[in-house]
Ligand binder design. Structure first.
Ligand SMILES: NC(=O)c1ccc[n+]([C@@H]2O[C@H](COP(=O)([O-])OP(=O)(O)OC[C@H]3O[C@@H](n4cnc5c(N)ncnc54)[C@H](OP(=O)(O)O)[C@@H]3O)[C@@H](O)[C@H]2O)c1
Length: 351
């Protein structure tokens, strides 16, 4: 008689976040046992995890900051794979230019760089010690597309890297952190022979499982509600959060996956996005101060599609996002006026 195959066990860092929550949900639905790390498992903002189907049997929550190696080790123990998503995604301009205690760059703000870069190194070190078989590191288009030297007429593929100095000039410390974290991950993987794959999504939208809006959802909320910040009429590469969760699991499960994967499904200009949303939901104000800007070369996700990734259509993402925001009261006229998150403002021409 064939014996039942043992249950697969994986760890997800930052398990309560926007994308990680969808990944945890997907993993549970596929029968995985999941160790999710959270900085504060008792915080009500993480309560949604316990409501997921299969959570009572197969979801285990671990209190762990990515700067705490002992706590990380407890969470990773017994896992065959790990998805590293924990990274600060700041909504506002990072204002702490204190000298970093970390050696890689003394001039970078600690609050993002520490957890993003040192946190990634810590996670990878623990994975090596614990003999984790495969690690999927969540990078970003922020580490791919901000490259002023890339030819304007050439699609950006996985060989394109953002220019760290260029991002520093814009004081976009989030992008600097994502570039540095992914570079460190590759150096570590090469040196130690760890099986690492990275995923690079652009702006991620879609319905939220968590109760409070994350930074990328606030961009779409700002576009719908309007506000005082000017937006450029530029091209947006975007992807649905559920398709990102699918992509994370796909690159994890496919034995042949290797290297970086751009994970982008739709490209639309700011004006076309507003027109499309207005047609679907005419009652909102929408941004009306849109400034023209250059359109940059698009990205290609062909490598991920060749692996079998089939993302959904933009309309579905927008519809499910708006319905989720409506239910949460985030589009109410009387809800707090919102600002465009700094990760977009940093790149505005004539802000
Ligand atoms: N959303 C996007 O458009 C997008 C696009 C490309 C890539 N990404 C990447 O996807 C990942 C998840 O982003 P998200 O959009 O889902 O953001 P999110 O909802 O803000 O999730 C980020 C998570 O990181 C955790 N975290 C922050 N600092 C930490 C630390 N020192 N130790 C442990 N955990 C820490 C946060 O936990 P707390 O709740 O404790 O703060 C939070 O759960 C990030 O790596 C981000 O760079 C996002």
């Amino acid at each position: 008689m064939a014996s039942a195959s043992p249950q697969r066990r994986v760890c997800v860092t930052g398990g309560g976040g926007f994308i990680a929550s969808w990944l945890v949900k997907l993993l549970l639905s596929r029968g995985y046992a999941v160790h999710a790390t959270l900085r504060n498992p008792c915080d009500p903002k993480n309560a949604h995890l316990k409501q997921l189907d299969g959570a009572s049997e197969n979801l285990h929550l671990f209190k762990a900051d990515v700067l705490d190696c002992d706590a990380l080790a407890r969470a990773v123990e017994g896992c065959e794979g790990l998805f590293h998503l924990a990274t600060p995604v700041p909504e506002d301009k990072v204002v702490n230019p204190e000298a970093s205690i970390y050696s890689f760059d003394a001039n970078m703000p600690l609050e993002v760089l520490g957890p993003a870069v040192k946190g990634t190194i810590n996670v990878l070190k623990i994975c090596s010690i614990m003999k984790v078989q495969k690690v999927v590191v969540m990078s970003s288009n922020a580490a791919v597309t901000s490259n002023p030297n890339w030819p304007e007429d050439k699609r950006k593929d996985e060989s394109c890297w953002s220019d760290k100095e260029f991002c520093k000039q814009k004081e976009d410390w989030y992008s600097v952190a994502k570039i540095a974290a992914e570079q460190e991950a590759w150096q570590y993987a090469d040196k130690k022979g760890l099986n690492v794959v990275t995923l690079c999504p652009p702006y991620v939208f879609g319905p939220m499982l968590q109760p409070t809006a994350n930074a990328s959802s606030k961009i779409l909320i700002y576009i719908i509600k309007g506000g005082s910040d000017v937006m450029n009429n530029r091209m947006w590469d975007m992807v649905d959060v559920r398709d990102v969760a699918d992509a994370l699991l796909l690159v994890y499960e496919k034995k042949e996956s290797s290297g970086r994967y751009i994970c982008s499904s739709n490209r639309i200009s700011t004006r076309d996005l507003v027109d499309l949303l207005r047609k679907m939901y005419p009652k909102y104000s929408y941004i009306n101060n849109i400034d023209d800007a250059e359109h940059k070369a698009p990205v290609t996700s062909q490598k991920l599609r060749d692996l079998g990734w089939e993302p959904r259509k933009l309309e579905e993402t927008l519809m499910d996002s708006v319905e989720c925001y409506q239910k949460a009261g985030l589009l109410d006229i009387h809800a707090n006026p919102c600002r465009l998150p700094f990760l977009v403002r940093a790149w505005q021409v004539n802000p």
